[in-house]
Design a protein. Sequence first.
Length: 911
Amino acid sequence: MPDAVRPTRPSQLDQIPDRDSEETAEWRASVDAVTQAAGPHRAAYLMRRTYEYAADAANAAGSSAGTMLPPLLETDYLNTIPTAAEPAYPGDEAMEARITAWNRWNAAAMVTRGSRLGLGGHIATFASAAWLYETGFQHFFHGKEGAGSGDQLYIQGHASPGIYARAFLDGRLSEAQLDRFRQEAGGDGLPSYPHPRRLPWLWEFPTVSMGLGPLSAIYQARFNRYLEHRGIKDTSDSHVWAFLGDGEMDEPESTAALALAAREGLDNLTFVINCNLQRLDGPVRPNFKIVQELEAQFRAAGWNVVKSLWGVAWDEVFAQDTEGALLGRLRQTPDAQFQTYATRDAAYIRDHFFGADPALRAIAAGLSDAKLLELFQTSRAGHEPRKVYAAYRAALEHKGAPTVVLAQTVKGYTLGAGFESRNANHQMKKLTAAQFRTMRDLLELPIPDSALDADLVPYWHPGENSPEARYLRERRAALGGPAPARKVTPVALPMPADKPFTALQKGSGGQEIATTMAFVRLVKDLMREKETGRRWVPVVPDEARTFGMESLFPSAGLYSPKGQTYDRVDRDQLLYYKEAKDGQILNEGITEAGSLADFTAAATSYATHGEPMIPFYIFYSMFGWQRTGDQFWALADQLGRGFVIGATAGRTTMTGEGLQHADGHSHLLASTNPAALSYDPAFAFEVAVIVREGLRRMYGPAPEGQEGVDGEDKDVFYYLTVYNEPKVQPAMPEGVEEGIIKGLYRYRRAADAVSTPADAPQAQLLASGTAVHWVLEAQRLLAEDWGVAADVWSAPSWTELRRDAMACDAARLRGEERVPYVTRALAGAPGPVVAVSDWMRAVPDQIAPWVEQDWTSVGTDGFGLSDTRDAARRHFGVDPQSVVVQALGALARRGEVKPETVKKAAEKYGL
Ligand SMILES: Cc1ncc(C[n+]2csc(CCOP(=O)(O)OP(=O)(O)O)c2C)c(N)n1
Ligand SMILES: [Mg+2]
């Protein structure tokens, strides 16, 4: 052993005493010694082995021993599980291989047949992933028959053809249906991708918008635990499987919640990432290695990582790697180079990959050309059911953390040289007859040449009673029924008592309360309901205090699977921060995306778990729709039900918050989502009516005669904007409920509010949300200053009014003549209409085509700014005085007031 140890750099450990520095030096010196004697590979090998050994001991001792040896973030480019350590394969491999071959064939046939109509589709994705799915279907994925919820499967969107192909083999889809892939307009078609709204008995989770699947899967796994910890449902048998593309992992949402999954110990969750090293345009990490990058990222987040990279053919080659040259070469080879090897001949591989180093050349000398091609073209763990099985078993057996399986595959596998590992293969939508023939030979399918001569390549089914079909059905029966599948057992919730609603409908007396507070009070009461109270799921991204919800903390508790392991800072206070294992509130921290993923899991629990939950997700309205609009779209696809609350809504209601906070458009964004029913209530009583209606529609029994498919759609969610502007809340006038729900009612006639001469010019002021208060003031000014009699209307939903009107227009195609509600409601109301809101003009303008009166709107178009409410309203021209001038202008255009009056008014108010 050398006496002198190399100088060392300053270390963090210098700060704690070295009990025996001589001993430390000896250990270091032994590293140098082995490096000198046997080379750096040997030294690294010994260190790795030692580290693993020590880490296992540290982990076995537990963190209580204070020992900490973090996992290595990156391991070699090798399988995590050696072949010798694989469990026995429980299935009939030959049988499963035939089934997988037929799935491959039928998926390719389905897309190819559709391509003659230019319909598109994807072939290469499923081709690479076929075994990743089949192994799961045969041995892991639990179905939904029986009391449990089964497993939740997030399937890669572009793999859908393979899933349809399997549903064809298992008898759930017919040939005719396969031929309606991507032809949905006439009914009974198959949607391009996993869309529950389009095919609700098969698809459970929408995944094709990349990144949303992984994020949702994490929160789904967490929500499963939440249901269990709260005693609502035993979900301990459910496992969440998320199948993802390696390219998909680039999406920020894909990795956004990895740490949460590990922190909460979600061992009911497995990610399977299909590492075919390609995305749409080309390699995922041309100059790097995506598997290694993902491994480090997942390990750092605290996940268990299982790398399944190489097929069994590689074992004998690794066995010859005494110098570590092969391992080194694999680690250095960038993904795009590896992809090139997969498409080149043996001479190129021998020369280029193995040529660089004598030790490598020696290994290659013992390998035939055929063997080289097998290794580099096809031998991947993701194509071998034994390897996939071993990885999945390891995932299920790992406790305390979620597992990611990084499965290496070849994109386009078995589709022939034109497809396999080709950069353009994602977009290839058909196989030629010759390619099908090659595929048939490779997969040894019993399809005669004659069947391949026809214009359309045939589908292939071994027959209902074939051993394969029977095997497949038996396996699924043993695992609890078909998969994927979505199941809905209608469960109607009882309506809550009237009291919480009537409390708001009575008004606030002299007290000023904001509609945000009114909403919070309402749900607080509803959460105390005997039958349904525990089904409420409040979701909030670190804004509970902003919205006055901290009063919920002590009573409802914040969900925390660990409970509260510390001594609370606010232990002496009434409104303390109470975390509990059965806490009801999901306070997600600052993640709107995570919160919406939470909400989605709760909003679809009626289907996923047969347990209807009533989530309400309350957020800063600006950071809801525009930040996570795509997730709202997926929520709608997934048929979610619940309440989303845009709080601190409006462009001018927050004093001083300014451009990035001031929301004047989320109603327009929400209007684009067909499942979102948007409301902009002005008063607490409107909030009460809308929430009650939402509970009836989404959770109550279907109305008499509307139970069928054409009945009222229950698969909707409500978007309510609430304001933080304290106002005296009036009592609800008689008979306005229907108008509130439909979106418009006359709140206060001029005659009931102001005194004007009988022949006064008349106008109609329509407003929503907090703007109703401005037009009430405008009503007074118009009467007192200008002798104009204006009625005030509240329009809680411009969007619903428009939808009703559009439905009336569409009915004309069926020969029906229907008058829209908005037209009927306003019929005969004299004078021009002026519409006002704290939103951009396009929001109220939605109804303009169906308003027969002269139409004027004002709004808050443009960027918000920081100032007082009054100054901001004057800036946008929506304050009461501006509304007065606009109303006078509209009257002047009709010759009902003099043009000078308009000018005079503008001057009087200093506009
Ligand atoms: C949010 C989003 N952006 C873009 C796309 C378009 N797109 C579909 S598939 C794909 C490439 C997928 O690559 P990868 O995730 O590696 O899947 P593979 O097909 O290779 O298994 C892209 C960019 C999408 N579906 N969603
Ligand atoms: Mg890929």
